[in-house]
Design a protein around this ligand. Sequence first.
Ligand SMILES: Nc1nc2c(c(=O)[nH]1)N[C@H]1C(S)=C(S)[C@@H](COP(=O)(O)O)O[C@H]1N2
Ligand SMILES: [Mo]
Length: 213
Amino acid sequence: MTTSGTASEDQGTGDPEIEDLTDLYREYGDERLPPGQRETDRFPVLSKGGTPSVDPDSFAFEVWGAVDEPLSYSLSAFRDLPAVTQRQDFHCVTGWSKFDCAFTGVEFADIVELAGVRDDAEHVLFHALDGYTTNLALDECTRDGVLFAYGYDGDDLPADHGGPIRVVTPQKYAYKGAKWVSGVEFLTGKELGYWEKRGYSDTANPWNEERYS
Ligand SMILES: Nc1nc2c(c(=O)[nH]1)N[C@H]1C(S)=C(S)[C@@H](COP(=O)(O)O)O[C@H]1N2
Ligand SMILES: [Mo]
C-alpha cells in the first residue's frame, strides 16, 4: 500500500532527490491513515482568518529565546540555507488527511544547531504573521520531517498554504505547523499556542487521536 525506503531507492515518484517520509507512521500506529481521518486528494486551506499579505523584501525569519545566537534571516538568506525535499503526509484535526505532500525547506534540527539552542530549552513556540502561535516540546521538533518549508510540489509554497515559509509536522495534527511563520522562540517553560489555549491538544498525536485537551 505504501512505499518505503531511503531516498536512493525511492519508488513513489522516481525522483532520487525526494526523501520518502510517508512510512513515518510506523513509529506511531499500524495504519498510514490515522484513526478517524479520511483521505482527500485536494489540499484544503484551513486558516483562522485570512491570508496575510507579506512583503518578501522586508520579511525576516527570527530565532530567539533560550539560544546562544539569536538569528534573523531575510527570505533570500533563509532560502540559501541547506534544504531538503521530503514526501510526507498531512493530517488536519478536523478529519482530513492528504498523503504525499512534497515539501522543500530547512530542517528544524539545523536551526537548533545554527542558533546554539541552550541545554535548558525544552519547549518551542512558533510565531506567525497572522497572530497565530503553536507550541511543541523541543524533542518533538527535532524529529525527522519537521521543516520550515518554503517549497511545495516543486514550486514556491502558495500564500494560502503559508508561504513564504510555514512549518510542517507530519507526526502531529497540522495545527502544529504554523503557516506564515515569522519566527521560533525557544523556551525553558511551556507556553500554549492559539488552538492549545482553546482546548486543542498540546501533544496532538494523530494515531492516538489526541485532538482535544
Ligand atoms: N499561521 C497559521 N498557521 C496555521 C493555521 C492558521 O490559522 N494560521 N491553521 C492551522 C491548521 S488548523 C491547519 S489544518 C493547517 C492548514 O494548512 P493548509 O491551509 O495549508 O491546509 O495550518 C495550520 N497552521
Ligand atoms: Mo487543522
